[in-house]
Design a protein around this ligand. Structure first.
Ligand code: ATP
Ligand code: ZN
Length: 643
């Protein structure tokens, strides 16, 4: 027997008898033998005891490799399973995953594992790590495992997916599990790990399946790396709009009453209303005419528009009204605004015609993609369609882009980039076929961006089915790229709906349609604002701008109410905290609720008609007359606008 093992640098090593991965590593260098945690053999991750007896390509994995880290995390997941099963013998285990995000293990028992049980499980794992027990790598008969798991529907189902009669498994004492590429040979190697959280997860990700409890954790080779990771996770959590939304009571989504269908609580609704008023005012100033149109429309309109052919997967099923009429919840507002255009005969003098609406629409997003307010199934888009003559496209595009940039300045949004989204010519199912139209509109968009001298990236396959678009991309706290604003060129819908205008020449012409969203949907935009401000909304957006705290409810309650009325009269959002709590508690609460101004009112203030002001984020208390405070908060509220 003789075979050669090819290393990543192309060099070869010859062997004349079967060797393990560890042997190969040691034969390269003793230190590598010690550092090795596994290997990639012909591109597949294998454990240290994996036997090699023929020609292969091999890359030894150590703690420096991502796949090496995956092996460590898989070992930690295995150790978690073993201790959990020992603690709760009735526990059943589902899938386990280890990747760049850490690891998780799905579990199921009558009283589901709660987050408060994690410290105990973690302790048991620590003990297991300290005791340094051998993890045995074994090849087992499938029938033997089938027997072991005969009362476990989850493992039985997973076992069915394993090909052949033999199963690659790992043992720790009596505990056995399978489905790992590679594990470390001893529990003593899992030194730096942490259990992070638990959350419900459907078995195999299907919402018709039972809900299991997923335990998340992570592990690193080095303590410092674990510490950094935990810090980063804490920061993300602090910024995550779902966490803040709960803590500040802005909104909630409850899958029991409808996944992806958000409820806006009074404070969240207040922020939204401020944004809506702001954007409508901005648009009206820019020549838009705001309208209201229905969320339901005859399905035929979506057949004409092409939504039914190209966008059906994202739409809610139509409602059969029983008399031949089919109604559809709109996934986009374009066909509605087209009706507004068509309602009158249009002439070149009407163009550009700018129709806008805060249009509610419904999209059947996949349940796994739903996330807080970021990705929902019912949303309200700051939508607008401008109908222009061909030679007006470029100017209108620049005008819309300027509006977007101005708006971003007002909200202090600076971290974004432009993406030109083209069709994928091969995807004929998503994109309507008309090569000439696509080429022409894509060129126009690119030309407009180049003329403005703006940088952008180009992305094939991201266009809307009816035309290319400029997307303005931002990053969420979780690090995902999301589209916020968008400008889309469309030669198709005007054609399909037979839109015309009478030109200067007295002839009929076809307008071009530009779809645009400035702040995008209210849902995604407010999720984004929550994350960039970490819940400390600037005063003009803050749901409560001033929290008024009487030192003593009985003695100062009346004065507090008077101050509130003075503020409310001038349009400021103030509330009196007259609960039966200690003053110190109320002040702290006002800080955790991130209210911009906390006003504490006692004898002194009552006597002088003054207020004692604490600005959010500072420890300073400044006494001033109510008039002066009103001037201060007024200037603060107005300061968002850069005009
Ligand atoms: P995505 O690629 O994010 O699904 P899209 O390209 O389908 O979005 P458009 O049709 O361009 O989105 O929608 C306009 C705007 O609506 C987007 O810029 C985005 O701000 C917002 N939006 C789209 N889908 C959702 C959703 N499911 N939840 C919240 N906002 C959304
Ligand atoms: Zn549109």
């Amino acid at each position: 027997m003789s075979f050669s093992v090819t290393l990543p640098d192309g060099s070869k090593k010859e062997f004349d008898k079967a060797v393990s991965v560890k042997d190969v590593a040691s034969s390269i260098a003793t230190s590598l033998g010690k550092a090795a945690v596994g290997a990639k053999v012909n591109g597949q991750v294998k454990p240290l005891d994996y036997e090699i007896d023929s020609d292969v390509e091999i890359a030894i994995l150590t703690d420096k490799d991502e796949e090496g880290l995956d092996i460590l995390r898989a070992t930690a997941a295995f150790a978690l399973e073993a201790v959990a099963k020992k603690k709760y013998p009735e526990l059943r285990l589902g899938e386990h995953v280890a990747d760049e995000g850490g690891f998780y293990v799905d579990t199921d028992k009558k009283d589901q594992i709660k987050v408060t049980e994690l410290p105990e499980l973690e302790k048991a794992m620590e003990k297991l790590v300290k005791s340094g027990q051998a993890i045995e790598h074994v090849e087992m008969d499938k029938s033997e495992l089938e027997d072991i798991y005969k009362d476990d529907p989850y493992k039985s189902e997973l076992l069915k997916k394993v090909e052949g009669d033999k199963v690659d498994a790992y043992k720790l004492g009596d505990f056995v599990d399978f489905g790992f590429d590679a594990l470390l040979p001893n529990t003593g190697k899992i030194k730096h790990f942490k259990l992070l959280s638990v959350a419900g997860a459907y078995w195999l990700g299907k919402s018709s399946n039972p809900m299991l409890q997923r335990i998340f954790g992570t592990a690193f080779f080095k303590e410092a790396a674990l510490k950094d990771d935990l810090k980063r996770r804490a920061e993300i959590k602090e910024r995550d709009h779902r966490t803040i939304g709960r803590d500040l009571d802005l909104f909630f989504v409850d899958p029991k009453v409808g996944a992806g269908l958000p409820y806006w609580m009074p404070k969240g609704a207040t922020i939204r209303r401020v944004v809506e008023r702001y954007i409508i005012d901005r648009e009206v100033a820019d020549g838009y005419q705001h309208v209201y149109t229905p969320v339901l429309m005859n399905l035929d309109a979506y057949k004409t528009s092409g939504h039914w052919a190209h966008y059906r997967d994202d739409m809610f099923p139509p409602m059969d009204m029983g008399d031949g009429e089919m109604l559809e919840l709109r996934p986009m507002n374009c066909p509605s605004h087209i009706q507004i255009y068509k309602h009158h005969i249009r002439s070149y003098r009407d163009l550009p015609l700018r129709v806008a609406e805060l249009g509610m629409m419904h999209r059947y997003e996949k349940s796994g993609a739903l996330s807080g307010l970021q990705r929902v199934r019912e949303m309200t888009l700051n939508d607008g369609h401008t109908f222009v003559a061909l030679d007006q496209v470029q100017d209108e595009f620049a005008k819309i882009l300027k509006l977007i940039m101005d708006v971003y300045k007002d909200f202090d949004i600076t971290d974004y980039y432009f993406r030109l989204s083209y069709r994928d010519p091969k995807n004929t199912e998503k994109y309507f076929a008309n090569d000439e139209m696509w080429e022409r509109s894509q060129k126009m968009l690119k030309g407009a961006m180049d003329d403005l001298g703006l940088d952008y990236v180009e992305a094939e396959g991201e266009a809307a089915f009816y035309g290319p678009k400029l997307d303005i991309q931002t990053k969420t706290a979780l690090g995902n790229d999301e589209t916020m604003s968008t400008i889309q060129l469309d030669f198709m819908l005007p054609e399909r709906f037979g839109l015309t205008y009478v030109g200067q020449d007295g002839e009929e012409h076809r307008p071009v349609m530009i779809h645009r969203g400035i702040v995008g949907t209210m849902e995604r935009f407010i999720a984004y604002l929550t994350e960039i401000y970490k819940g400390a909304f600037p005063t003009w957006l803050a749901p409560i701008q001033a929290e008024i705290i009487p030192v003593n409810n009985d003695a100062h309650g009346e004065y507090a109410e008077k101050v509130r009325q003075e503020l409310a009269k001038r349009g400021f959002r103030a509330e009196v905290d007259n609960r039966n709590e200690k003053m110190g508690y109320k002040i702290r609460e006002s800080q955790t609720q991130k209210v911009p101004y906390t006003l504490v009112l006692g004898d002194e203030e009552m006597k002088n008609g003054s207020v004692n002001v604490r600005r959010y984020g500072t420890d300073e208390e400044i006494s001033k007359s109510l008039d002066d405070f009103i001037k201060e908060i007024d200037a603060d509220v107005k300061s968002y606008s850069r005009e």
